[in-house]
Design a protein around this ligand. Sequence first.
Ligand code: SF4
Length: 102
Amino acid sequence: MIQAVLSLAIIGGILGAILGISDMYLKVENDPRVDQVMGMLPNANCGGCGFPGCAGFASALVEGEVSKVGTCVVCSADKKTEIAEYLNSTPGPDGTTVKVTA
Ligand code: SF4
């Protein structure tokens, strides 16, 4: 019984250490602008913009794949302007901004 508990504790410790080390070296840096834009979008996830949801549209805007916030058919005019101003003035991790229109 004690051998089984010790074996599981050792295996758990080893796997935990592997996960901890992997987290340090394999971490994926997310662009914080995607979350900011997500917070400004209506989050209806209707697909009207041609993306499967608001997260996909936010990523496309931040990555420069889409240059017009108005592609979102649900967003109000004020929010479109707010998102465009935010993206035009906020640099990403690489120091560059994307140019989008409302
Ligand atoms: S059209 Fe707007 S609300 Fe609908 S999924 Fe696209 S970004 Fe979200």
